[in-house]
Design a protein. Structure first.
Length: 141
């Protein structure tokens, strides 16, 4: 089975200590390692204002992770752990490898078409001839 890429974003309560957020992240990392997947990137985006209230709160601490796995069970386990974690208010997991493959295919197609097309050279605009000094241009009727 081919490897898939997932984006995982979760929002913790804004009053959660940094140590508890690190604990949630380390739990997720150990779960991923047990299942034979890997985390490519982990970013703490910090406290941000949300578009609407969640559990009567206007702010949350955002964490972003990129996970690569060939098994769908990894995502199910991560979501289960996020669901039972007390500091986590919301989470979202999105599979992005299909979209990345589609973008690569379109890019290759565009490059192939560009290579087939002959390059157009810009034609120099025609300049009217200017008579040399001393010569008069004669207009004929």
């Amino acid at each position: 089975m081919e490897e898939r890429q997932y984006d995982l974003i979760f929002i913790c309560r804004p009053d959660t200590p940094e140590a508890d957020i690190d604990k949630v992240i380390s739990t997720l990392e150990s779960t991923v390692a047990e299942k034979g997947a890997k985390i490519e990137k982990t970013e703490k985006w910090g406290r941000k204002r949300m578009a609407y209230r969640v559990q009567r709160l206007r702010e949350g601490f955002y964490v972003y992770m990129v996970v690569r796995s060939s098994q769908g069970e990894v995502v199910k386990e991560l979501e289960r752990r996020l669901k039972v974690a007390d500091p986590v208010m919301k989470y979202l997991t999105v599979r992005v490898d299909e979209e990345l493959k589609r973008q690569d295919k379109l890019k290759r197609h565009r490059e192939k078409r560009a290579a087939r097309r002959p390059r157009k050279t810009a034609a120099a605009p025609a300049q009217p001839s200017i008579p040399a000094s001393g010569e008069q241009s004669v207009a004929t009727p």
